[in-house]
Design a protein around this ligand. Structure first.
Ligand code: ATP
Length: 271
């Protein structure tokens, strides 16, 4: 509580990360340097930037997997010190347990938290329905396509009641058609479930389609160089077909602007 009011959302302050072995006197060796980021509840923030600019490091700090060298992270006013079910991670590769069937994978976090079987099965079934996999509840991960496996990973984070979904290139390994279908699903889930999302992608079009705000990051040292509100996803949610949204002149202009911003931000500084 701050001034009697609950602080909602994510607050990253003065965050720096220097990995072990990086020279202590070299600012450019910082994976993250002085990063400030506020994410209001209900935002869909997408991070883009050249390889090595610290996107995954930032996500891992928010997840509680990596300890910062300096600075602080708070979720709903509470300091982030380790991993927690309220900040659910969806990995690039689904990370499902191969010996558990789909519904048991979705319910795993609930089981670990001691939720009774009937209740966890109910919650897991509800989320499988949301991701369109209710009829595959008894299948094993190896019997599913890559896109279905990713949907199980998303259902698992949702079933865990993660308020904040952290997604590190969750569609990176999928073909373009599966990817586009999953983008639409993620947008609908975000709108329906009213969760907060921090999402990493290398695909600028994907960022523009999904985000309510895009942050651009740049390397050496890793930092945030730009923050742009966008609303293309909302237009899709309001009924415009995805391909039509992605063909809008302002979408294309924004895509080119972002491509340039990322390229410029990743160029080595000249003396
Ligand atoms: N465990 C680690 N130990 C040492 N250095 C690391 C470690 N993890 C990342 N780094 C370094 O930190 C910097 C940021 O890496 P990070 O993976 O966060 O970037 P990224 O933007 O996610 O990259 P990519 O887009 O290629 O996934 C890079 O210079 C990387 O080499």
């Amino acid at each position: 509580m701050k001034n009697g009011q609950e602080v909602r959302g994510l607050e990253v302050r003065d965050l720096s990360v220097r990995y072990e072995g990086a020279p202590a006197d070299d600012r450019t060796a910082l994976a993250l340097h002085d990063v400030h980021l506020k994410i209001e509840r209900g935002e869909f923030v997408v991070a883009v930037g050249a390889s090595g600019c610290g996107k995954t490091t930032l996500l891992n700090c928010i997840a509680g997997f990596t300890s910062p060298s300096a600075g602080s992270i708070r979720w709903n006013g509470k300091a982030v010190v380790d991993a927690s079910a309220e900040r659910g991670v969806v990995f690039q590769k689904h990370a499902l347990l191969p010996w558990l069937n789909v519904i048991d994978n979705v319910a795993l976090g609930l089981r670990l938290r001691g939720v009774p079987r009937e209740e966890r099965m109910r919650l897991a079934r509800e989320q499988l329905l949301h991701v369109g996999l209710a009829d595959r509840a008894r299948a094993f991960p190896w019997q599913l396509s890559g896109g279905m496996q990713q949907r199980v990973g998303i259902a698992r984070a949702l079933a865990n009641n993660a308020d904040l979904l952290l997604m590190d290139e969750p569609m990176g390994a999928l073909d373009v058609f599966t990817r586009e279908a999953l983008q639409e699903l993620i947008l609908r889930l975000w709108a329906h479930e009213q969760r907060t999302v921090f999402f990493i992608t290398h695909d600028v079009e994907e960022a523009l389609f999904l985000a309510s705000r895009i942050i651009v990051m740049s390397p050496r040292p890793g930092r945030i160089t730009d923050s742009l509100p966008v609303d293309f996803g909302r237009r899709h949610l309001a009924g415009m077909p995805a391909r039509e949204v992605k063909s809008l002149p302002e979408f294309i202009a924004m895509r080119e602007h972002l491509m340039r911003a990322i390229t410029e931000a990743s160029l080595p500084a000249t003396a």
